[in-house]
Design a protein around this ligand. Structure first.
Ligand SMILES: Cc1cc2nc3c(=O)[nH]c(=O)nc-3n(C[C@H](O)[C@H](O)[C@H](O)COP(=O)(O)O)c2cc1C
Length: 455
């Protein structure tokens, strides 16, 4: 079969899209705290045959800038962050085939809790759940979740490896066929097929037995977005859908090869994973119409949006010195979180000691970053190039306004991708795995023979 791309809608259970100022757009719906808002997005994505609706998550609002949340709340800089699994459930209720993915942190939850919540979503949606495994970002999250400071980067991934063993371990403890549900004999399930995990490791203890049987797709699809060397190793070991944020085809191809190489090193089949690159399309019926839309969007961001989100992402207070004063090497070194942002600013500004203003200018944070602006042809051309050149296997589509960005993409770009044979015309099955072409996992095989872990 010809290779076709996967499409994922990049959603936030918050007051704005990925673009913090999006709520100010005249056409944005202003009821982002209602189920109806998310259900409209779900219907649009399913009409456009998207593989998955995906929510990011963060366990704190941005308040690292000036160590204060006043600006965040005042300007609506992602200050609302609702529980994405509950929002996803409302979306699952009005759709039948759309995959339902969400982020959940390995640093701040217990593995049993995460395993149970996603397994439940998987059952309730008929096998459509996906879990984006992250290790979280900053001290704000730590302090909300009962810790003083965020753990060190690589150490978080070491913990996350064991977290995965516990979650997958629990998901495997109900064998297929364990449910009997025979009213006559009075037997509900076969005790020989339901095991206790009894996990006692370096970081976690969890006994079991697990309380949620296996779903139609075996277990939720594992999503991952590690970008550092350690992160890519983790993604290669566990991820089935991998999110990347490459800004051009060359960088995308490098990342693509690196993650697939890590998967092969871990004994997995790299063809059993989909790398989806973050993309922000601004589309209209014609290029001119799209450019007019972009002109309106470009007027929305404020400088404070960028400063606030930079402080959050790098766990560094940019308010601690004047906007134009160069940061010292020590200050640059003290940054944590998404270090790719810092390194990108160093590279793109050409400065060894950039100022806070350089971070605003060269990171693009808080603004629309690298949007593809155009009509159906221009956008499909760009996606096709990245896909055919093997920079990725699909796209995570970010929105500037809701629901307009998704409605425009589905109306203008999806038919063009389908016409070119690059995107499926309909869902292949019911579960997320069937629709992605991922095999159903064999219980326990990830431990012993990762390459043959799928049926
Ligand atoms: C599309 C996409 C979505 C992401 N969603 C989240 C998220 O919801 N929560 C989070 O803490 N990190 C999220 N991340 C960040 C990654 O998990 C990861 O931390 C980041 O890419 C840096 O890589 P590293 O952890 O290897 O340094 C996302 C990244 C991408 C590309």
């Amino acid at each position: 079969m010809t290779r076709q791309m996967a499409l994922v809608g990049f959603l936030q259970a918050q007051n704005c899209t990925n673009l913090p100022s999006s709520w100010r757009h005249p056409e944005s719906r202003d009821d982002s705290m209602s189920a109806d808002y998310y259900q409209e997005i779900a219907r649009i994505l399913e009409a456009g045959k998207f593989h998955m609706a995906f929510f990011d998550d963060r366990l704190a609002m941005p308040d690292r800038y000036g160590n204060d949340h006043a600006h965040t709340v005042e300007y609506g800089i992602r200050c609302v962050k609702m529980d994405p699994l509950i929002v996803l459930t409302t979306m699952g209720m009005v759709t039948e085939k759309l995959g339902l993915g969400s982020t959940c942190s390995t640093t701040y939850y217990e593995p049993f809790d995460v395993a149970r919540r996603f397994a439940t979503l998987d059952l309730m949606s008929g096998g459509r759940a996906g879990w984006n495994v992250v290790t979280s970002l900053n001290d704000g999250e730590a302090q909300n979740m009962g810790k003083d400071a965020h753990l060190e980067h690589d150490f978080r991934y070491d913990r996350a490896d064991e977290f995965m063993e516990v979650v997958l371990g629990h998901w495997d403890t109900w064998e297929d066929g364990s449910l009997i549900t025979d009213k006559k004999s009075g037997r509900f399930a076969d005790p020989a097929k339901v095991k206790r995990l009894d996990h006692k490791g370096q970081f976690f203890k969890s006994r079991g037995p697990f309380t949620v049987p296996r779903s139609a797709q075996g277990h939720p699809v594992i999503i991952q977005a590690g970008a550092s060397g350690r992160g890519q190793r983790f993604a290669g070991r566990w991820g089935e859908v991998i999110f990347t944020a490459a800004r051009n085809v060359v960088a995308a191809k490098e990342g693509y090869a690196a993650v697939r190489n890590e998967a092969a090193k871990a004994g997995r089949d790299p063809d059993q994973m989909f790398l989806c690159n973050l993309t922000t399309p601004v589309c209209g019926a014609t290029k001119a119409e799209a450019e007019d839309k972009m002109a309106v969007i470009n007027k929305l961001p404020l400088e404070i949006d960028a400063l606030s989100l930079l402080a959050e992402a790098l766990n560094y207070d940019f308010a601690s010195k004047p906007l134009d004063e160069p940061l010292t090497t020590e200050e640059l070194r003290s940054m944590q979180g998404i270090l790719g942002i810092r390194d990108g600013v160093l590279k793109n500004s050409g400065k060894t000691n950039p100022s806070a203003r350089d971070f605003v200018t060269f990171s693009g944070r808080g603004q629309v970053q690298d949007a593809i602006v155009g009509g159906p042809k221009e956008i499909a051309d760009r996606l096709e190039e990245m896909f055919v050149e093997r920079g990725c296997d699909g796209f995570v589509i970010a929105a500037t306004i809701v629901p307009g960005s998704y409605a425009d993409f589905v109306k203008h770009v999806v038919p063009e991708l389908q016409r070119r044979g690059l995107f499926h015309k309909d869902y292949a099955g019911k579960t997320l795995r069937e629709n992605l072409g991922l095999k159903r996992p064999v219980a326990g095989a990830w431990k012993t023979s990762p390459r043959a872990a799928a049926e």
